[in-house]
Write a protein that binds this ligand. Structure first.
Ligand code: OXD
Ligand code: MN
Length: 611
């Protein structure tokens, strides 16, 4: 049994509430050793992980890891929000009573870390000194060393963050126990995995994974689910799965900040890390703040809406990351960056890594190459063309490795938010950009965000898989209350942000993309900022203001006049069809604020009048 007191004393961990929490879980999980971790332990942990074979070398200061082959993604159906109040049940949060979930999770975790080290990882999901710091402190307990190394990249990790809390009992208790991965009944009726956020107790209990958001509890479980609940319960802030970037106009010196949500596979990380297109590079500069989470609040003094990225790193999807799609991501995982790759293809002879889309074709000489499961490519059966890397394979790197990270990314003040954008991958109907000036209509647009469901469903009636605010997997309280909380927080801002909906993915009948995408996606955002500044007026449509052809800066863009016309046009009939789907979608949410229904009816009536 671990000598908890000695380990905590030796680390100088003095917060009595944290000590009690560690004692309780060390006893329950049966861990053999306790180790308190700080970011400065990273090099030693890496050496140990390499020696133990948990990580493999992938070049100088780069690491490679594989997860259990059935443990490669978030598992929404095993993810639960538990509280003591049944009224907290929403459509998406898989609500269960905490009185049922806590004993269940304790029974799964009891003795499950026997023989292992329990790492104590004190962390902060905010720049130190942030007005939201009180919601940002946590202590993850985990029995996985690679999870610790991921936490060091994705959160600010160190003992001072919890020894010096204003309220020493106010920290998220985040317990991660890996479990016996090969015997958890993945996907069967006896599935033993549970990923539970006991939101009204600020306690996270995750059992049965060592992968990503299931295991790095600062990120999604705390940074999104718990924080969204805290923001609502305190009435103080929003926590959203949003990217955040800054655009500086070097000619005028003005700087704008835009945040926004995109359902998965809709280009959020690429946009977050984008650079200005070459033709506009002399005038505009893009700063990267974050690719996955933003916390938003209104400053009590100046009444403005502010935002910040609570994370410290990027846990990016590797697939299709290359010089054209995301050069800054590639620069952030260079030798010496400390990046960790997970579930991509690996060559132990040369320590190289590869993923689909890194280069057009896989390495020609397959000698030494192994796929994400560790199987030799050279021994594949004839005709086996399964991907070398898992489609959800990842790179993990700290924000400061990203070449265009904003100089003030760590500023406690956050940045003023000029616009909030939503964008789901849709092959028709959604124009390149439509701006929304009305708050309720903006929130309505977020609540009806969606993307083409699956390849199979694509084009079938154009129906979307709705993903409100891109928060569907992270909703921790009911959607009606969620929309009301949005109206409240943003409504308190003295200067309302503009809303906009963007779509880079419209296609022609032959399937070609109508808009070039990638770095050119900055152009509609520049128009949006001009609209905000009153420099352009756009064209008003029933679903928002869209740019005229003349207003959009198209210097250096190759696009046919027909394609441009299509992406700047509203397809009224398709929109009216979409409105019918929205009726059904929104009706599932109880207590949706009347303002949202009014916005819905207004858009519907305007479309009918415009037909
Ligand atoms: C996610 C992630 O699962 O960001 O959304 O990892
Ligand atoms: Mn995400």
């Amino acid at each position: 049994m671990a000598d908890v007191e000695a380990a905590l004393d030796q680390a100088g961990l003095t917060n009595p509430h944290v000590r009690e929490y560690v004692r309780y879980w060390a006893d329950l999980t049966g861990a053999e050793r306790i180790e308190v971790v700080s970011a400065s332990d990273d090099a030693r942990l890496a050496e140990e992980a390499l020696a133990a074979g948990e990580l493999l070398p992938a070049g100088e200061g780069l690491y490679y890891s594989r997860s259990y082959h059935k443990d490669t993604a978030r598992s929404e159906e095993r993810t639960i929000v538990a509280t003591s109040n049944p009224e907290d049940a929403g459509s998406y949060n898989n609500w269960r009573p905490s009185s049922e979930m806590k004993p269940l999770l304790e029974s799964k975790m009891r003795g499950a870390s026997a023989g292992k080290t329990m790492y104590v990882v004190p962390y902060l999901m905010a720049p130190p000194g942030s007005p939201l710091e009180a919601f940002a402190a946590g202590v993850e307990l985990t029995d996985s060393r690679t999870v610790v190394m991921h936490m060091i990249r994705m959160a600010r990790v160190g003992i001072d963050y919890i020894n010096e809390l204003a309220d020493p009992n106010s920290f998220v208790r985040a317990v991660h126990v890996t479990g016996d991965l090969e015997n958890l009944g993945h996907g069967t009726a006896d599935d033993a995995r549970y990923f539970v956020t006991v939101a009204d107790e600020r306690t996270i209990l995750h059992f049965g994974s060592s992968y990503g958001g299931n295991a790095l509890l600062g990120k999604i479980a705390h940074g999104l689910r718990q924080a969204a609940y805290d923001g609502w319960a305190s009435g103080k802030f929003l926590s959203e799965q949003f990217m955040l970037l800054g655009i500086t106009d070097k000619e005028t010196g003005k700087k704008y900040h835009i945040c926004g949500g995109f359902p998965s596979a809709s280009g959020k990380t690429n946009l977050a890390m984008t650079l200005a297109p070459d033709a506009l590079g002399d005038r505009y500069y893009v700063d990267f703040y974050g690719d996955d989470i933003a916390w938003l609040w209104v400053d009590e003094n100046d009444g403005k809406l502010y935002g910040m990225n609570p994370e410290f790193g990027v846990f990016g999807v590797a697939k299709d990351t290359n010089e054209a799609t995301n050069p800054t991501a590639l620069d952030s995982i260079l030798p010496g960056s400390g990046a960790i790759f997970t579930n991509i293809a690996y060559n132990p002879d040369t320590q190289e890594v590869w993923w689909e889309g890194k280069t057009k074709n896989p390495p020609e000489d397959v000698t030494g190459w192994e796929d994400w499961k560790g199987d030799k490519i050279s021994e594949r059966a004839e005709g086996d063309d399964s991907p070398w890397a898992h489609p959800n394979s990842r790179f993990t790197t700290t924000l400061s490795n990203v070449p265009n990270v904003a100089p003030d990314f760590n500023s406690p003040a956050g940045v003023p938010i000029d616009a909030i954008i939503f964008g789901g991958r849709t092959r028709d109907r959604e124009p390149l950009i439509r701006a929304i000036t009305d708050l309720a209509e903006g929130v309505y647009d977020g609540m009806t965000l969606g993307a083409e469901a699956t390849f199979a469903a694509e084009g079938v009636d154009g129906q979307l898989r709705y993903d409100p605010m891109s928060m569907r997997p992270f909703m921790s309280y009911p959607e009606g209350a969620y929309a009301a909380h949005w109206l409240k927080i943003i409504g308190e801002a003295t200067e309302a942000p503009l809303f906009a909906h963007v779509n880079w993915f419209q296609r022609g009948e032959d399937g070609h993309f109508l808009w070039p995408g990638y770095r050119d996606n900055l152009r509609p955002l520049l128009w949006l900022m001009q609209l905000k500044a009153g420099e352009v007026t756009g064209r008003t449509t029933p679903v928002g203001i869209i740019p005229t052809k003349e207003e959009l800066n198209l210097d250096g863009v190759e696009i046919t006049p027909e394609d441009l016309e299509t992406i700047l046009t509203i397809d009224n009939a398709r929109w009216q069809q979409e409105i019918e789907h929205r009726d059904v979608h929104l009706s599932a949410f109880h207590d949706l604020p009347e303002e949202i229904w009014e916005a819905h009816r207004r858009v519907k009536a305007d479309l009918e009048a415009d037909a």
